[in-house]
Design a protein around this ligand. Sequence first.
Ligand code: NAD
Length: 391
Amino acid sequence: MNRQLLVEKTVKTPKKRLSTLIQEGKKFSLQMEKIAVEGYEQVIKVTDKNVGLTAIIAIHDTTLGPALGGIRIYPYAKFNDALEDVLRLSKGMTHKSAVAEVGYGGGKSVIIADPKTEKTPELLMAFGAAVEKLGGCYICAEDVGCTTEDVKTVRRSTKYVVGLPHAKSSGDPGPFTAWGTFRGIQATLKQLFGSKKMEKRAIAVQGLGNVGKHLIDHLYWAGADLILSDIDSVLLKKMAAKYGARTLPPDQILKAECDVLVPCALGGIFNDQTIPFLRCKGIAGSANNQLLKDSHAKALRDRNILYAPDFVINAGGLLNVAAELEEGGYYPAQPRAKVHRIYDTLMAIYEIATRNKESTHEAALALASYRLKYGIGKRVLPPTFHHNIEK
Ligand code: NAD
């Protein structure tokens, strides 16, 4: 595996013929510069002036296997905002992979662009060329702002991709993340009330996107009393009518009086400003990096709010994409069984946290660190890219 940073010499490419040249396999004008960050194996700034690409690839840790993580496309106001985000996200992926025992490491990438207006095939292919140069120590997938169709475009310049809309691929991870989150809500109810029954439990969901829309369907059929919120008022109205749910405006959902609050939108939402106003008994949602700082886990514990660590409860999508890289190929029944067991993993974390009188976040971090220290779940066979074998 090539972990060397490659700095590509700038190649002058005429702008108007760029996509043709890319299709012909000609070089990009990539610049890959290393950013030294303590505790991270590689952090690389990727630019290509011809296509307007500015991206960062962060490889946090590859102890257990190649780094696996999505591509986030977002119009960050400042480069440092993007850097901070990719560092937090890639570290979270290390912990998520270790706890889920998938045999991968932690990595993530961000492309600084508005996914609605600035996402072009050339930009995605130039990014793919940078991933290819890393020689397989980072494997990319979809994330916020990046669809499975976009990943298909990235695939045109790198094989180190998962989650393609392809017969041999795992496809959209959303439904798997949603089922894992549902199982995590059941574990949270069991820990709080001694029963995982959803009937008449007030469940407040923030964000009805790719994960949220599948999750609320499971919650509805399990009998939950739903409270919904989304910044997309048209979507919110439609979902509320479909499920007969109550709604709250986006600035009120975190204050909802409920049994379980389910964040499925943004990160950093539990902080000094929001925690004093929470009126839930538990938190169990799919959003990445829900705590602004690690110390906010203790603040939740002090308020007697049970928190399902995000990197444990939202591992369903990771388990699904990882299954695609198995030697024998992708069979959905295999990740289904693993995603179902997120319930058991969370119950074990709740028990350890109670026994050690620590926050659930600390207990989950300790579990991840233990597996990293002793190489538990380390990859033995290299991943197989089936989309590379059968077109
Ligand atoms: P998405 O972009 O499809 O959906 C997010 C939804 O949240 C959108 O409908 C958006 O309008 C809404 N939203 C944004 N800000 C909001 C606010 N302040 N209040 C209420 N609603 C708001 O994203 P997704 O794929 O559903 O992922 C949701 C979260 O779960 C993200 O944090 C993502 O990183 C995380 N996650 C997703 C997956 C997956 O498989 N898609 C896997 C692991 C983690």
